[in-house]
Design a protein around this ligand. Structure first.
Ligand SMILES: C[S@@+](CC[C@H](N)C(=O)[O-])C[C@H]1O[C@@H](n2cnc3c(N)ncnc32)[C@H](O)[C@@H]1O
Ligand code: SF4
Length: 390
């Protein structure tokens, strides 16, 4: 099996064809003329390869130019949203009135997902996370994992799930090749769970957590969105939860998306969370983070698990962002707070791999240095989180 570096050997970007060298939009494919690339931004007109990535070190193969943005960030992590549907209705994610679902024929099929994923992996993506909506409501999720597992160079397949139906699916998901799991859980109180998610299911989630631990999924992460007045009184309970369980609880700052009624007064910042924890565990220690990890990791000495903080709002980590997202309806999102490009339409117009890569490369190249800041993004038009894929 080839590693990611070997993939780059055959990557089309390491030997770009003449049209690419001259600027990717000098010969746009017919579909692109009619579609999203009819008004390319200035940076794209200049050609995405006019600024070779700073990663080109002596003796090391260059990372894909298509997946390297104009600030040198290398996007080796792809998140794929498998569905817009969900069996919960979390207040911070899904508007109360629900969301208009994209007609099925406009959602990416399994074959389209695998084709796009394989293109990304050939260019150097080595980690894929499946998300949604709730990825486990998609009937062919096991098949998708099995197909992804065959991609040479892909090191990790992860899933983010609400855990409602996870327990019973775990054995087949593991057999298919699932490597790691994030389970979302915002409260340890059953009644509050029902209030936050507008559905029952607390026991199912707890069962999934225990089973994933029994099956030795490591690290097992719990995603916990903290909102003032809702679950900020449980932060220490979640820390306590890591005492005997080898779990990584991630406290996520509440982010604004369409329809989630975000207010800065509901945001609990990283600084506030850690200071609350320190009143009970003054000796909590900062421990090392994984490369490109968006979370700041801490551990209470002697505890089996650890906690982390995803401070997207008060301490954005845009500078090291290595993620790109594919939405269930085939859009590319290079930032949670920006929409770029429609590979689905280009894909369906019969585009070659090279043409698809050019669309992807143009979107990545236009990625901004950082998101617009918490007050600006709260005013921006975006999708509800459920239609993006967290
Ligand atoms: C959109 S969900 C999709 C996957 C799956 N349904 C789940 O809940 O784990 C992915 C992650 O996004 C997080 N999320 C959703 N809305 C959010 C918001 N407004 N702010 C911060 N995180 C959010 C969820 O907590 C979840 O961990
Ligand atoms: S956070 Fe996940 S579980 Fe909750 S509504 Fe959104 S997609 Fe569904």
């Amino acid at each position: 099996m080839f590693g990611a570096a070997n993939n780059q050997l055959v990557s089309s970007s390491s030997h770009p064809p003449p049209s690419v060298k001259e600027g990717i939009l000098s010969h746009p494919p017919p579909s692109a003329k009619e579609g999203i690339l009819s008004h390319p931004p200035p940076s794209v007109k200049e050609g995405i390869l006019s600024h070779p990535p700073p990663s080109v070190k002596e003796g090391i193969l260059p990372f894909s130019a298509f997946l390297t943005d104009s600030f040198g960030r290398q996007h080796n992590y792809l998140r794929i949203s498998l569905t817009e549907k969900c069996n919960l209705r979390c207040q911070y994610c899904m508007p109360e009135e629900g969301v208009p679902l994209t007609p099925t024929q406009r959602l990416l099929s399994t074959t389209e997902i695998i084709r796009l994923a394989s293109l990304f992996v050939k260019e150097g993506v080595d980690k894929i996370r499946l998300t949604g909506g709730e990825p486990l409501v998609r009937k062919d999720v096991t098949e998708i994992i099995g197909e992804l597992k065959k991609l040479e160079g892909l090191k990790t397949i992860s899933i983010t799930t609400n855990g409602i139906t996870l327990a019973k699916k775990l054995p087949v998901l593991k057999d298919a090749g699932l490597d790691s799991i994030n389970i979302s859980l915002d409260t340890l109180e059953p009644a509050k769970f029902e209030f936050i998610t507008r559905r029952k299911g607390y026991k199912h989630v707890m069962r999934s957590i225990d089973k994933a631990l029994d099956m030795n999924f490591k690290p097992l992460k719990l995603n916990c969105v903290i909102m003032k007045g809702l679950n900020d009184d449980e932060i220490c309970d979640f820390v306590e939860f890591t005492k005997h369980k080898a779990i990584d609880v991630r406290f996520i700052e509440y982010m604004p998306f369409d329809g989630n009624k975000w207010k800065d007064s509901k945001l609990v910042s990283f600084d506030k969370m850690i200071s609350d924890i320190k009143t009970r565990w003054p000796d909590i220690q900062r421990i090392s983070d994984q490369p490109n990890d968006t979370s700041r990791a801490f551990r209470v000495p002697g505890f089996a698990g650890q906690v982390g903080f995803v401070a997207s709002m008060t301490k954005p980590f845009c500078g090291t962002c290595n993620r790109v997202r594919l939405t269930a309806d085939g859009n590319l999102k290079v930032c949670l707070f920006a929409m770029r490009g429609v590979p689905r339409d280009v894909l369906r117009s019969g585009a070659s791999d090279q043409e698809l890569l050019e669309i992807i490369g143009a979107a990545v190249n236009r990625k901004k240095k950082q998101h617009a800041g918490m007050f600006n993004i709260s005013q921006m038009k975006n999708r509800p989180m459920i239609l993006i894929g967290g």
